[in-house]
Design a protein around this ligand. Structure first.
Ligand code: T3D
Length: 261
């Protein structure tokens, strides 16, 4: 078990904390492996119904660790291998996890660190956090889904400027532009994050997983195809115990007790 990603098992959810604070939690190969293992463990734990991702120390994640040996002076690396081995599987994992993934951005999120946050389902950020598409500053292209998420989150004009200028975006602006769900005061970030994670963990988990899939599918579907998908997903949601509980609780005028299936 690696201490590069800390796992805190809570009632119904897991907190995963990126833990290389002296490097602002930049990704090394080992931290990638630890995060993937932690996500896989969360997925196979049937009592885990939400994941909260955050960072230790003053940063959330500074993207690729530029001192990790990928770049060696005088040599020409093939960065596509890094992307294929680490970043693409991570983004795919976050999007396909059948659980809500909440991201609490506690400080700077740069490069792949920013885009990993955007790959999560719900992002909250501390007032002092900032988001930087740092790639252009070192001659690279936004990865980890950045060129896909950004135009969808903020529109083409802002996406292009963010990617090309690599200017920091404050948490306040990120909220105003719809890049994240909300900004909270620094001192309240983790209290708010735990409250949201606990709330999500008590919701109809299978239904939330279908919502994730449906929204992702909508990015490429026509309205007609999406209407058919909604029909099918609603059919599946309607067969869950949580649907029966939700309607019964509503009619009984009481709070529902969802079991996640
Ligand atoms: O290469 C591939 O595998 C392809 C994949 C690429 C994916 C990517 O993510 S590319 C983008 C990589 N990330 C960056 O370019 C960001 C680099 N970092 C920064 O620009 C700044 O550190 C920040 C704007 C994020 C924060 O600035 P600041 O002033 O708050 O902190 P700092 O002093 O720059 O950083 C604190 C320490 O963390 C410092 O170490 P030191 O001097 O105390 O020993 C700094 O070197 C280290 N650090 C920060 N980011 C990285 C890093 N070390 C290695 N890699 C980093 N990305």
């Amino acid at each position: 078990v690696s201490d590069l990603v800390l796992t805190d098992v809570r009632d119904g959810y897991r907190v995963l904390t990126l833990n290389r604070p002296d490097r602002l939690n930049a990704f090394s190969g080992e931290m990638h492996a630890a995060l993937m293992a932690a996500l896989t463990a969360a997925e196979s734990d049937k009592s885990c119904r939400a994941v909260l991702l955050t960072g230790a120390g003053r940063g959330f994640c500074a993207g690729q660790d530029l001192s990790d040996g990928v770049f060696t002076p005088g040599e020409t690396p093939d960065l596509s291998l890094q992307i294929e081995k680490y970043y693409n599987p991570l983004v795919r994992k976050l999007r396909s996890l059948p659980l809500p993934v909440l991201c609490a951005v506690n400080g700077v999120a740069a490069g792949a660190g920013a885009n990993v946050a955007f790959a999560c389902d719900i992002v909250i950020a501390a007032r002092s956090a900032k988001f930087i598409q740092a790639f252009a500053k070192i001659g690279l292209v936004p990865d980890s889904g950045g060129t896909w998420f950004l135009p969808r989150l903020v529109g083409g004009a802002r996406a292009r400027a963010l990617a090309m200028l690599a200017e920091p975006v404050s948490a306040e602006r990120a909220e105003a532009w719809g890049m994240i769900w909300k900004m909270v005061e620094d001192a309240e970030l983790m209290t708010e994050a735990h409250a949201l994670a606990a709330y999500l963990a008590a919701q109809p988990t299978d239904g939330l997983a279908l919502i994730k899939q449906a929204l992702d599918a909508s990015e490429t579907n026509t309205l007609d195809t999406q209407l058919e998908l909604e029909r099918d997903y609603q059919g599946r949601a309607g067969r869950t115990a949580d649907y029966a509980e939700g309607v019964t609780a509503f009619l009984d005028k009481r709070a529902p007790r969802f079991i996640g299936r």
